[in-house]
Design a protein around this ligand. Structure first.
Ligand SMILES: COc1nc(N)nc2c1ncn2[C@H]1C[C@H](O)[C@@H](COP(=O)(O)OP(=O)(O)OP(=O)(O)O)O1
Length: 195
């Protein structure tokens, strides 16, 4: 595993890992940009947003965005959740993800938050259309299954840890797949944090 700014302090507490992809070295990057991603849980369901514009267009994700100057990442996560889904939730930090795409100057450093329960009314925004999905193993909760085929390719590595409330860390490098004509993960690791 290669060091990542802000993650180095965690390396001695990382546990079970999924590692995959090419044996080539990790990609370099010039800058790191800080983001948040918040996931709200309620009655065996998770709230995801369908991205209507910009980065991640037409994919489901948590609610989040850039951390603005002077904000903590928790403040940024709460602000983005309210802007994009119209709700507040008692957010707790659950993970850190680091993504870099070949050819980009900046890498994404993402603080991931989990909130159990919410206040307010879930409301569609200009950027996101919120929808509930089932987190139950069976289909008894009358919500659709997690839409992994409309999410980022690396989400299946860490979503189970988010569901089980297990702190995690991870990194993936993306490269253009010329045959498929899109960026795909070429090297990755995802770990639980030992408690
Ligand atoms: C594999 O890469 C990623 N996976 C997942 N699941 N989420 C990712 C990945 N890379 C970035 N993200 C997240 C981080 C943020 O939550 C959003 C991107 O935020 P956005 O570009 O919408 O940021 P805003 O500040 O809202 O941008 P605007 O200036 O357009 O409002 O994706």
């Amino acid at each position: 595993m290669q060091s990542v700014p802000g993650l180095e302090k965690d390396f001695d507490i990382l546990g079970e890992a999924v590692v995959g992809g090419t044996s080539a070295t990790w990609m370099g990057y010039k800058n790191v940009k800080y983001y948040t991603n918040a996931f709200v849980f309620h009655e065996n369901k998770i709230l995801l947003g369908y991205k209507k514009r910009g980065f991640g267009l037409h994919k489901y994700n948590g609610f989040g965005g850039k951390v603005e100057q002077g904000e903590t990442t928790l403040e940024a996560a709460a602000r983005e959740l309210e802007e994009e889904a119209g709700i507040k939730s008692p957010l707790k930090h659950i993970g850190v993800l680091f993504f870099h795409s070949d050819g980009e100057d900046s890498a994404f450093y993402i603080d991931v938050y989990r909130g159990d329960g919410f206040e307010g009314t879930v409301t569609e925004s200009e950027e996101m259309r919120p929808e509930w999905f089932s987190t139950a193993a069976d289909d008894t909760h009358a919500a659709p299954a997690i839409p992994y085929d409309q999410q980022r390719e690396t989400d299946p590595y860490w979503f189970p840890l988010l569901f089980s409330n297990t702190p995690f860390r991870g990194r993936a490098d993306y490269r253009m797949d010329r045959e498929k004509g899109k960026l795909l993960p070429c090297k990755w690791w995802f770990c639980v944090v030992k408690t």
